[in-house]
Design a protein around this ligand. Structure first.
Ligand code: BGC
Length: 523
């Protein structure tokens, strides 16, 4: 019997007593650190790859093309395989790491998974900081990627297992908020480091990643494991005591929640084949969402701006310095607009935010394509651009980033995390994170080549995806605002399309060992 298993399992509908204790506050900060690691990486590489001393040292071909070849198309001047490999190698490593991390997280607990992530990340940051050859840069990025994969996998789990369940939704968005803060911090660092005279600015930018790495290592070293991890490791006494401490209440008061977690853990252990179960017909809606939502999030084209804003801004006529400053501006908009989502997600609902953000992004992409097409044409040969023009493009990019930051950004994590039933939660979460990393890799690797070939049409390309994904949300995503986790299956069962998949256990020809449990939990 799994119904009402509480915040840590499949349930969450019961009102368990407990305060928002100092312990919980510390875990929130720790969650934020996990996001910072990810965000810092996203924001740092674009700025570094637009710094002349960095290009000169590691990518002399790109550097000379930029300096000498004035007649060369603006669209293609940064198109270079090793330059994009520098950015994208991190995400391919994160893709594999996020798949492995779920096993480590399960076996050794969330805490040690985070610590390991921080340690590997630190070694990558050091390697990058002292790099003397492009191979050191790429190996460093791979290590950073492994660190990111481990933290993006384990930190949200850690936070959601520590948090009282009524705060879990907002804490999910705090994770996205911390990603945006990480990106913004990286943009700022990139803006100031080229001014340093005694040391190479890019070394400081890349080495700056040591800071979030050390913070997550030190904090995860001192923080306790979650009660769930303790139960998984066969330590029920310690788990109960830990739960009592984090909730700040007496033994008797904590008993109901503890029993819930214990039952949820037992049920989760009984799921022998989460990866097979996710393929069952009744789980089709969740499988589709876990594949499409993270992929669509990346197909908004957001990381074109996050990775390459300084490069893009240089292409539209800004000098290196102003290009870095514009990245700081878009980074600020990204952070601030995320608060709109925190405010609105439980008031206006997920669908409204997805659709409004989608329309806003489509409008800005089309306008950006038109403006770039107008001045650069298909040849991309342009010498002087008026300042008002460049700033108009920056304004439109900010409008686009704001639309993303209150829709697909946070919801890309929130929606998948709240729809999976217990029997497939871990597998679903792994698919979600790995799809995100895979598409991030694709965009990072392909963008500069695509810009070179598709020119201003690239922005229309992303706008077309946005039209498709907004139509998908309109027809296929049921509203989950205010729906307790254990009732989410009912929303899908009532949905005009998904209801055909939500069959009873005995109708499911391959009904797995946990089919019955799933239905008692989910309905
Ligand atoms: C995405 C990142 C993106 C960031 C921008 C996150 O939700 O997963 O790829 O760079 O949002 O704020």
């Amino acid at each position: 019997m799994v119904a009402g298993v509480g915040p840590n399992g499949g349930g969450g509908g019961d009102e368990y007593p407990g305060r928002f204790t100092g312990f919980v506050a510390v875990t929130c900060i720790l969650g934020a650190m996990g996001g910072l690691i990810f965000g810092y990486d996203i924001g740092i590489s674009g700025g570094v790859t637009s710094m002349a001393p960095f290009l000169k040292k590691f990518f002399p071909g790109v550097y000379h093309r930029e300096i000498n070849d004035r007649s060369h198309s603006q669209y293609c001047k940064f198109d270079d395989f090793t330059l994009t490999a520098f950015t994208s190698s991190l995400y391919v490593a994160a893709f594999f790491a996020s798949l492995v991390a779920s096993t480590v997280t399960k076996k050794f607990g969330r805490k040690w998974s985070m610590f390991l992530g921080g340690l590997i990340f630190l070694s990558g940051a050091l390697l990058n900081m002292f790099a003397s050859h492009v191979s050191m840069l790429i190996v460093g990025r791979i290590l950073l990627g492994i660190g990111v994969g481990f933290s993006v996998q384990s930190v949200p789990l850690y936070v959601s297992e520590m948090a009282p369940h009524k705060y879990r939704g907002s804490l999910n968005i705090v994770f996205q908020l911390s990603i945006t803060v990480g990106i913004f911090a990286a943009n700022l660092v990139n803006y100031f480091t080229p001014r340093l005279t005694s040391v190479d600015g890019w070394r400081v930018s890349l080495g700056g990643a040591c800071v979030p790495a050390l913070i997550i290592m030190v904090s995860s070293f001192f923080l306790p494991n979650t009660p769930n991890s303790m139960l998984e490791q066969g330590k029920p006494k310690e788990a109960r005591e830990m739960l009592r401490r984090i909730r700040g209440i007496s033994d008797a008061e904590v008993e109901a929640e503890f029993r819930g977690i214990d039952e949820a853990s037992a049920a989760a252990r009984a799921v022998e084949h989460p990866w097979r179960n996710i393929l069952l017909r009744r789980n089709r809606p969740y499988l589709v969402m876990s594949l499409l939502i993270p992929s669509f999030q990346q197909l908004t084209g957001i990381n074109v701006v996050m990775f390459y804003a300084p490069v893009l801004f240089q292409s539209i006529g800004f000098k290196s310095d102003a290009a870095l400053l514009s990245a700081v501006i878009t980074g600020t908009v990204n952070v601030l607009a995320t608060f709109v989502s925190i405010y609105g997600v439980d008031r206006w609902g997920r669908r409204f935010l997805f659709l409004e953000g989608g329309v806003q992004m489509i409008g800005s992409q089309v306008a950006i394509a038109a403006l770039i097409g107008w001045k650069f044409g298909v040849t991309g040969d342009v010498t002087v651009l008026p300042a008002w023009y460049a700033w108009l493009v920056v304004g439109l990019i900010c409008f686009y980033v704001a639309g993303y930051a209150w829709s697909w950004g946070p919801l890309g994590f929130v929606v998948p995390s709240e729809i999976f039933p217990l029997e497939i939660r871990s597998a679903g979460q792994s698919i979600n994170v790995s799809m995100n990393m895979f598409f991030t890799f694709l965009i990072a690797q392909l963008f500069l080549t695509m810009l070179c070939h598709m020119k201003f049409g690239l922005f229309l390309f992303f706008a077309c995806f946005l039209v498709g994904m907004s139509v998908f949300i309109y027809f296929f995503l049921p509203e989950t605002k205010g729906v307790p986790i254990e009732s989410v299956a009912r929303v899908f069962r009532d949905h005009w399309y998904w209801r055909r998949f939500m069959v009873a256990d005995d109708e499911d020809d391959k009904g797995g060992p946990c089919g019955k449990k799933f239905h008692s939990t989910a309905v």
